[in-house]
Design a protein around this ligand. Structure first.
Ligand SMILES: [Zn+2]
Length: 244
């Protein structure tokens, strides 16, 4: 199977995440929490399956791989199905697209539902292994519309991804109000020491344009965190940021 089937996690539920996300994410007062179903349920928006079926299965070079991720990100903003972030996992040698993810934090009511996390988890579950290095000869590369936040930064080494390619910079994401969390300033070198290569700024301006389009469309800068965290070590936060 060469493509994502549109589900980030395989569950029995197919909740419709195509609907425009609510204007407010203010949590309901929960007097009696609903019964736990025993499953974490996150499904990618339904537009993703036809989006992928109209595109090739193989992406032979970095530029075409990032172009796909940015198309995915623009479509996410256009449809309004979540935050302005997209990601995809490819087999490094063949260029086969294995899985995609978009940011579904608000729609799935789950703070870990970042594009990178969903693309990785989807690839792992589809391939049947938590370690992508073992699942795919030649390894896997993650393409992301933006540099990883603190959470995704920590998740990548456990996933078996052995290369990361990003478009927008951390500062570009913070500039529209999202928090990236506390990241060591030498994270690229830290990845290199673990054998994970990083390529930055590929089609960066295009990714910035998608972030700006999200703001123009009044996309939600969700989370409303009140934090003393000043952001990355190389930039001063102007406003208290919101986690993405
Ligand atoms: Zn993240």
């Amino acid at each position: 199977m060469g493509r994502s089937n549109g589900k980030a996690f395989l569950t029995g539920e197919t909740r419709n995440l195509d609907a425009k996300i609510p204007e407010t994410s203010t949590p309901r007062e929960v007097s009696a929490p609903p019964a736990w179903t025993g499953a974490i349920q996150i499904a990618l928006p339904r537009w993703i399956a036809p989006f992928l079926s109209a595109r090739p299965a193989i992406f032979p070079d970095d530029d075409r791989r990032m172009a796909l991720v940015l198309e995915l990100t623009r479509e996410q903003v256009r449809v309004g199905s979540g935050g302005p972030f997209g990601a995809a996992v490819f087999a490094s040698e063949s260029g086969r697209l294995l899985a995609v993810g978009v940011n579904l934090v608000v729609a799935s009511r789950c703070s870990i539902a970042h594009a990178e996390m969903l693309a990785i988890a989807s690839a792992q579950q589809m391939l049947g292994h938590y370690d992508l290095r073992q699942a795919v000869p030649g390894g896997c590369v993650l393409f992301s519309s933006a540099e990883p936040c603190a959470m995704c930064l920590g998740a990548l080494p456990w996933s078996g991804i052995d290369r990361l390619v990003c478009a927008a910079r951390d500062a570009d994401v913070r500039a529209i109000g999202f928090d990236e969390g506390h990241k060591p300033p030498d994270w690229v070198e830290g990845y290199a020491r673990r054998g994970i290569g990083v390529t930055r700024d590929l089609r960066r301006e295009e990714a910035i344009a998608a972030l700006r389009e999200y703001v123009v469309k009044d996309g939600e800068i969700y989370g409303a965190a009140v934090t003393s965290e000043a952001g990355s070590d190389d930039r001063d936060a102007i406003e208290p940021p919101a986690p993405r």
